[in-house]
Ligand binder design. Structure first.
Ligand code: BES
Ligand code: MN
Ligand code: MN
Length: 459
């Protein structure tokens, strides 16, 4: 298989670059037809790679690409999940090269080159490794079990339509395990496997004072300014220790045992390198927890955007009528996002002064996820990575969310193995997102080994 991958290295990358040129931004309606084109490109490449059939499944939103190759119904089946949609590219002016015109450049972290483009790491580049690993197994007669692919176009906007698709297609999706590459490793020479994902509750708040914008001299000082009020309300959501003040917010949080905490903190972490990479003089977070614990095992509350009043050129003296904010809460086992959303709403409404009205609107959400390192799937993935990296992977808890993963467990009864190959420093969701060529090829080499070990171990 190594020889086949080596012979086709350039073609593999060029095909990915073509996919990256399609701006499949799921959040923005303006890209609707591009999102579909990206789905069709994946369908076409899956057919070329050797699936029995690949289809575009319509949803109320963007389509899902489904494909399968069943070599023998008696053999186990691996379901590969990923997403072909990407985050919006803005702020576009901060990109060194246009987000949908991929270029390969070397960096200090990627001396052998990295692909710069929106979606290169999250998640088209990682999905493409699966398509090419599958092609390699098929073309070299090394496919040891059945494969199903489910590649969605709405992960970055909450996967609402995928949830419906999964509930309605349980037979079609029947398999033994789900394999996902949409997370990171610690470093090129420090492989890791995510055994936890945080859940998410995402809300939008609207604070209204007077029934119209007012002259800030005529009324200022006598009528509430909703922006000032909103800022005070937000500031009160955390105390000086970085604890969230919403009553009962932590009631269901699973505290880790001493041993679990020690395990987690054994993962290599260089605080000064971390600060340097981010350009910060100090870190900030909940007292009593390390950085790895803060991102992997503790819930958060963060403002993602805040607006209101006059933000144009020059100045305008105005008491705005309204102020808004988008707020996300990352959740950990055993918090439930609907309960947290309700707790937030109740608390936020209760702290509003009478001088304003507040409205809390829930966006999407998802439950947290944890996986057991003693499972066959974890063991197979660990063995595969050990072969290609020359080192056993470290189980870690990434701070990100893939809300559909907990849903897969609930609806399909299947565990997902999170075997990602990106780096946290690859600028996912940021300007200049990139994906190392080394990571891309490493993934293509490792995935067939997972299939091999999993098929052998599950027997
Ligand atoms: N691939 C990421 C999640 C991720 C990244 C997990 C790195 C672990 C390490 C995914 O595409 C993502 O961005 N998820 C969103 C969830 C959402 C929009 C509902 C997130 O975490 O913000
Ligand atoms: Mn992703
Ligand atoms: Mn993402």
């Amino acid at each position: 298989m190594k020889a086949y991958i080596d012979q086709n290295r350039e073609r593999f990358v060029n095909e990915l670059l073509e996919w990256l040129r399609i701006p499949s931004v799921s959040a923005d309606g303006k890209y609707k037809s591009d999102v579909r084109r990206a789905a069709e490109y994946a369908q076409m490449q899956l057919v070329r790679a050797g699936v029995d059939r690949a289809e575009i499944c319509e949803t109320d939103g963007h389509p899902i690409v489904y494909a399968e190759k069943i070599i023998n119904p008696q053999l186990p089946t691996v379901l590969v999940y990923g997403h072909y949609d990407v985050q919006p590219a803005d702020p576009v002016e901060l990109w060194d090269s246009p987000p949908f015109e991929p270029v390969i450049k070397t960096t200090a972290t990627h001396p052998q080159g990295a692909i710069f483009a929106r979606g290169s790491c999250d998640d088209k580049g990682q999905v493409y490794m699966h398509i090419k690993a599958f092609e390699t197994m098929v073309k070299t007669a090394n496919l040891p079990c059945n494969v199903k692919f489910m590649i969605e176009g709405e992960e970055e906007v909450g996967s609402a339509n995928l949830a419906t698709f999964v509930k309605n297609n349980k037979t079609k999706l029947k398999s033994d395990v789900i394999l996902i590459s949409d997370t990171s490793i610690i470093a090129h020479d420090v492989p890791s496997i995510d055994v936890g994902l945080r859940g998410l509750s995402y809300v939008e708040v609207e604070v209204t004072a007077a029934n119209r914008d007012l002259h800030s001299g005529v009324y200022g000082g006598a009528v509430a300014n909703p922006i000032n009020v909103l800022c005070e309300m937000i500031a009160s959501l955390k105390d000086k220790n970085g604890h969230i003040t919403i009553p009962n917010f932590y009631s269901d949080v699973m505290e880790l045992s001493k041993a679990e905490r020690a395990d987690l903190n054994r993962a290599p972490f260089d605080l000064s390198a971390y600060k340097k990479e981010l350009g910060i003089d100090d870190i900030m977070g909940e007292n009593g927890y390390s950085t790895l614990e803060r991102t992997g095992t503790r819930p958060t509350l963060d403002v993602n955007g805040i607006w209101g009043g006059y933000t144009g050129e020059g100045s305008k003296t105005v008491l705005p009528a309204k102020a808004f904010a988008k707020i996300s809460m990352r959740l950990v086992p055993n918090q439930k996002y609907e309960k947290i959303t309700q707790l937030f709403k109740k608390h936020f409404e209760s702290i509003a002064p009478k001088s304003v009205k507040v409205e809390v609107r829930a966006h999407h959400g998802g439950e947290p996820y944890v996986m057991d390192t003693s499972s066959v799937a974890y063991q197979a993935a660990a063995k595969a990575m050990e072969q290609t990296f020359g080192k056993k992977p470290i189980p870690t808890r990434g701070g990100g969310s893939i809300p559909i993963v907990a849903m897969f467990e609930k609806e399909l009864g299947l565990k997902s193995i999170l075997m990602g190959f990106g780096l946290d420093s690859d600028a996912l969701h940021s300007p200049n997102e990139h994906y190392g060529l080394v990571n891309f090829y490493k993934g293509i080499e490792t995935i067939p080994l997972f299939f091999k070990h999993y098929a052998e171990m599950i027997k």
